[in-house]
Write a protein of this length. Sequence first.
Length: 264
Amino acid sequence: MADDAPHERLDVIALAPHPDDLEILCGGTLAKLVAQGYKVGIFDLTSGEPTPRGSLDTRKAEAEEARRILGVPVRVNVELPNRVLMDGPDARFALATQFRRYRPNIIIVAAGRTPGASPDHLQGGLIGEAARFYSQLTKWNERFDGTEPYRVPHLVYVPFPFEAEQRSWHSQFVVDISDTIDQKIAAVKAYESQFDPTRFARVEHLIRSTNGFHGARCGYMYGELFALPTPVGAPDLVQVVCGSKGALAPVVLPAASGVLSGNG
Ligand SMILES: [Zn+2]
């Protein structure tokens, strides 16, 4: 896609191989960032097609509907190939060109090796890391559609569930998505070609239980897990420690019943 128009700078770019990955992994956080006033973009590395029940037009319409539900203003398809996505120079150039156009402060990269699912997931994470490095390179503007070098300051991982490896991330944190979980579920439901009613029920169960677990670890009803490639820097110990509830319970359930008031 030749695109020479000036682009509004984004605060956060979230990227993953397939339309629907980011909704499942961090849709609640993306909706929350938008509500908090940040400029957010979803970048799908591929169309996600072919799949058994989808088509290019259907998937595109579903992705647009999911974008609308989350309130995310920008959604870009990088147009790399689905199913055979591989880290390599051309994929890095294509994604880094987008970084140089939109100049994000933070990129959120879907990360993990998912042997029961698409191998694109692992490759997408590698492309994201490499493109961040390539984005800053000088004397190669012609490889990036004439864009100027840009260094992306911050990288955040959002781990795939069912990761094959036990990762020792340098640091992890959980974003409270109690207020946006319903938006997230609705955005996932927009992908009707991928999730018929039976499959959707299973995915909703997976999302609610996973996000319920991660949220509960920090005292939230629902939370999404993220990781960093570095330890968290702390200019103020109190702010970091007290900024997280940091403890199991007391989660406030919708019908407060005191079920979790377990003070052994
Ligand atoms: Zn996927």
